[in-house]
Design a protein around this ligand. Structure first.
Ligand SMILES: Nc1ncnc2c1ncn2[C@@H]1O[C@H](COP(=O)(O)OP(=O)(O)OP(=O)(O)O)[C@@H](O)[C@H]1O
Ligand code: SF4
Ligand SMILES: [Mg+2]
Length: 377
């Protein structure tokens, strides 16, 4: 279990709407299966500021990986992107909506690797067992950065040593299966970073690693981020890693973003009941609190469920009957740079509630063990 050790306050500030490398707007991804349609991503909007790290967190199955794969246009069949916009602002290029490129097009292939790199929880997803590590990285460099083989080899050696792999020259002729799990993970990171992408999509890159290797890999990512100024979208279950790595956080629930805030704001003052429940389910260093950690009540509705209203209402201790089970809240700004999708913070017409009204609602919910407000104010 992970305890939370956070960087000094002020390390993260929300820059939503500023100079974002990627802007995802109203993204919808569906899987049409024989049993029905799974709405894996249901209107996600997010941006990753240049040179910063956005953490994406949420329970298993909430659509984190599908969102990352959609940005790369690598959603597996029978998945389809049915709606949305994914605008990439690569260095020195005009902004482009990636969804105007066909997924198998040369334009999209030019984006993958060169402008957007991706690392996965399982390195063998990205590494080809039939080619040496050196071959695979040099090939990516030859495709995107230089046509000179000697220069590509030199660049390969440089990136292998930068990710902290010992004996980089030996790795030029080493196959993935000849490496330990931690070394394979570093090799995959080297492959993803070899073309110095504008954006790195990191999908649980350290979940399978021991704590020491995890810390080393996170250091490597931070150093490289500083060195090449790239942005990172970091998908993880681990709020400890979020606290260490991220500037901003997007919290997902059932294919939607329910809260987006700076990392300081999210840890100091989580707004959405789901975020608050997530925070209460982890230990905090120095809190002095003893006893059992809380769990989030209930379970995620089934993949094919068509729930009316707020998707969290069956599990929400603050749910307001007649409102939350009828209307679906939108993700709206709440005045301090954060965005929240919850009727505690704005009324059903979309107007923000005053801080006093929010506090009053929270108190009435605590006192009654669940709010029973029948009309919005
Ligand atoms: N190939 C597929 N066919 C049908 N449904 C799919 C497929 N791939 C993903 N899904 C569904 O899409 C939803 C989102 O999946 P996703 O992999 O993005 O979850 P996640 O948030 O990354 O979860 P985890 O934390 O476990 O990795 C899930 O309900 C999942 O069952
Ligand atoms: S909208 Fe209602 S049910 Fe949904 S999180 Fe907010 S209070 Fe809970
Ligand atoms: Mg996943």
């Amino acid at each position: 279990m992970v305890t939370i050790a956070r960087p000094p306050s002020g390390a993260g500030t929300t820059t939503a709407g500023g100079d974002n490398v990627i802007d995802v707007q109203n993204l919808h991804v569906e899987f049409h299966t024989s049993l029905g349609t799974v709405r894996a991503v249901n209107g996600v909007s997010l941006g990753v500021p240049r040179g910063k790290t956005l953490g994406v967190v949420g329970e298993s199955g909430c659509g984190k990986s599908v969102t990352a794969f959609a940005i790369m246009q690598l959603v597996a069949t029978p998945g389809v992107i049915t709606q949305g916009e994914i605008v990439l602002r690569a260095r020195g290029k005009d902004p482009v909506n990636l969804l105007t490129h066909a997924k198998g097009s040369d334009d999209m292939r030019a984006v993958r690797g060169r402008h957007i790199g991706m690392i996965f929880q399982e390195p063998m997803t990205a590494l080809n067992p039939c080619y040496t590590i050196g071959n695979q990285i040099a090939e990516a460099i030859l495709l995107h950065r230089t046509k000179d083989h000697a220069q590509a080899d030199a660049m390969t050696l440089e990136i292998l040593s930068r990710v902290g792999l010992p004996s980089p020259s030996r790795l030029m002729t080493t196959f993935p299966h000849q490496l330990s799990g931690g070394m394979r993970q570093r090799a995959m990171i080297a492959l993803a970073l070899s073309c110095e992408p504008d954006l790195l999509l990191a999908d649980e890159p350290t979940t399978a690693l021991d704590v020491t290797t995890q810390a080393q890999i996170l250091d490597v990512m931070r150093e490289l981020q500083e060195h090449i100024g790239m942005s990172i979208m970091f998908v993880t279950h681990n709020l400890g890693v979020v606290a260490q790595m991220c500037d901003e956080v997007a919290v997902m629930y059932l294919g939607r973003i329910v809260e987006h805030a700076s990392v300081d704001e999210l840890f100091d003052s989580p707004k959405h009941p789901y975020t608050r429940a997530l925070m209460r389910s982890i230990p905090h260093l120095g809190s002095g609190r003893k006893g059992r950690l809380e769990v989030i009540q209930g379970s995620i509705p089934g993949q094919f469920s068509k729930l009316a209203g707020c998707q969290f209402h069956p599990r929400c201790p603050d749910a307001m009957p007649g409102i939350c089970d009828v209307k679906s809240p939108s993700l709206l700004p709440i005045g301090d740079g954060a965005q929240v999708s919850c009727f505690l913070h704005h009324d059903p017409s979309g107007s923000p509630r005053s801080p006093e009204a929010v506090v009053a609602r929270a108190q009435s919910a605590t006192g009654a063990g669940g709010a029973t407000v029948s009309s919005p104010n």
